[in-house]
Write a new protein. Structure first.
Length: 288
């Protein structure tokens, strides 16, 4: 008897009404806020087209992660696809959105003193590191991971906590709001390097496990000749390698921005000293 293989198509998308509504609402409110509302109510300065593009790319990444074949693979076939989906939700969606939001658009959310105090506390680099690492670690415990896969409420809770903790995680690097500021450049470099560790340790633990950790995937058909354990190992490698590369790339960009600004600052100081010296020389005859 020939074994029946599961049918899968990269062209098959699953358009969940709640996801479509949420994505359209998010993008719509943003575009109306930076466009008609800004002009009508004088909310702030004009938003650059690059910022709008970044935010829209973040929304598109959110849509892709939750409706594309990646979502179907993650739910019904492959742990490795689920890992790709999680990395999109943690490493792509939040930083793009934060980079595209102007300060005046989010400032009303932080006007209550309690909200502002909480935001300043949770976005401190050490606290943000602990919060994001804890959420990532807890949801990759087999018991919680399997609950998320078998329960719609658990799955939604997992994704919401991933996105929320990722916003906190990226805030010290990409904060759009001076009242809840970014960390200094040296701290950002250290912080981003530190963020490679949780994903590295969790990814390594998953990769080198000799048994299937997430037994849900033993109950669904795999694809392309992969065994459940092989799929799990690939997922662990994706988390470990891709996660580290993203943080290291951002860390490199931050380092060069820091270096460039320090060079400009030093050049400016030298220029001021030279111009000051020249003024003193011209003033000497007059003083005499």
């Amino acid at each position: 008897m020939v074994e029946a293989h599961p049918v899968f198509s990269w062209w098959e998308w699953h358009f969940h009404p709640e996801v479509i509504l949420g994505v359209l609402l998010l993008e719509g409110l943003y575009l109306v806020g930076v466009g008609p509302w800004r002009r009508r109510y004088g909310l702030g300065s004009e938003v650059k087209s690059g910022q709008v593009a970044l935010f829209s790319l973040g929304v598109m990444a959110l849509f892709i992660s939750l409706t594309s074949p990646i979502h179907h693979l993650a739910d019904n076939h492959l742990f490795s696809a689920h890992m790709v989906q999680h990395l999109l939700l943690v490493l792509v969606v939040p930083p793009l959105m934060l980079a595209g939001i102007p300060d005046w658009l989010v400032r009303p959310l932080f006007r209550p003193r309690l909200v502002l105090a909480a935001a300043r506390f949770f976005t401190r680099p050490l606290i943000a590191f602990l919060v994001s690492s804890m959420v990532l670690s807890l949801w990759h415990l087999p018991v919680l991971y399997n609950i998320a896969l078998r329960s719609e409420l658990g799955h939604i809770s997992e994704h919401v906590m991933f996105i929320g903790s990722a916003v906190i995680m990226w805030w010290p690097v990409l904060s759009p709001l001076p009242e809840v500021p970014r960390a200094t450049y040296p701290i950002q470099v250290i912080y981003l390097f530190g963020l490679t560790l949780p994903m590295g340790f969790i990814g390594a633990a998953i990769t080198f496990s000799r048994r299937v950790l997430y037994d849900y995937y033993d109950t669904v058909p795999t694809l392309w000749g992969l065994t459940t354990l092989m799929d799990q190992q690939i997922g662990g490698l994706i988390m470990k390698i891709v996660g580290a590369l993203v943080f290291l790339c951002v860390m490199t960009v931050v380092f060069f921005i820091w270096y460039y600004r320090e060079e400009r600052r030093e050049a400016g100081q030298v220029g001021l000293e030279q111009s000051g010296g020249a003024r003193d020389e011209h003033q000497v005859p007059a003083e005499r």
